[in-house]
Design a binder for this molecule. Structure first.
Ligand SMILES: [Zn+2]
Ligand SMILES: [Zn+2]
Length: 214
């Protein structure tokens, strides 16, 4: 715990600038996703059952993306994604250890939420091209449902991960299931377990399928 406190102080001095605002970071991510979802819902018109099937398919696709991204580049040093490894394994996992999981101040969100620039990057280079492909080969409704589901999934992921690093007395733990999900993430934060189990940060679908649920 002392070691973690020292790491936190060092991290704050080095990476949290005096103009950074955790509240603003949270609001930006929430508004970006909420506006995107709102725009999609506005343009979706009478979706068919087949088009609605995009929702569970997108859920599974993003859950797999979350699982693989976390299991491999975030926990293994790779040539092109060094920064992802550094931010997650070397920083997030040393800022929060299984015996010191709660954040101390709202500006510690800097190491919990994805940087806004990464969200814009993912939206432009991962979500937009898939939108274009689905629109081209299927329909506008299906493409909009894909974007809305991806943004909703991502926002839910960020909110859940933030909740896991809040004290257990927080009201969010009255929401059914959140406490159970938090326990899984706690186990993942054990430094001896972090590269072995519980790679789904939101819902452990692919941890279950790949037998890494502990
Ligand atoms: Zn975490
Ligand atoms: Zn991890």
């Amino acid at each position: 715990m002392v070691e973690t406190s020292v790491f936190r102080e060092r991290y704050r001095n080095e990476y949290i600038g005096k103009y950074y605002s955790g509240r603003l970071h949270f609001v930006f991510i929430t508004l970006w996703c909420a506006c995107g979802i709102g725009i999609c819902l506005y343009y979706i018109q009478r979706p068919t059952l087949l088009q609605l099937a995009v929702i569970p398919l997108t859920f599974l696709y993003t859950n797999l993306f979350e699982y693989l991204g976390h299991r491999y580049p975030m926990h293994h040093r790779t040539r092109f994604l060094q920064a992802v490894f550094k931010r997650h394994t070397l920083q997030h996992h040393h800022f929060f250890t299984s015996d010191y999981m709660n954040y101390d101040s709202v500006n510690d969100l800097r190491i919990v939420l994805f940087p806004p620039v990464l969200l814009i990057f993912f939206s432009a280079f991962f979500v937009a091209p898939v939108f274009a492909i689905i629109y081209h080969f299927f329909s506008l409704n299906a493409a909009l449902l894909y974007v809305a589901t991806t943004l909703a999934y991502y926002l839910n992921y960020e909110w859940l991960h933030l909740a896991y690093h809040l004290p257990q007395t927080h009201w969010v733990y009255r929401v059914p299931g959140v406490l159970t999900l938090r326990k899984l993430h706690f186990r993942h934060h054990d430094l001896h377990q972090m590269d072995k189990s519980n790679f789904n940060i939101s819902y452990p679908v692919f941890d279950f399928i790949f037998r890494t649920l502990k």
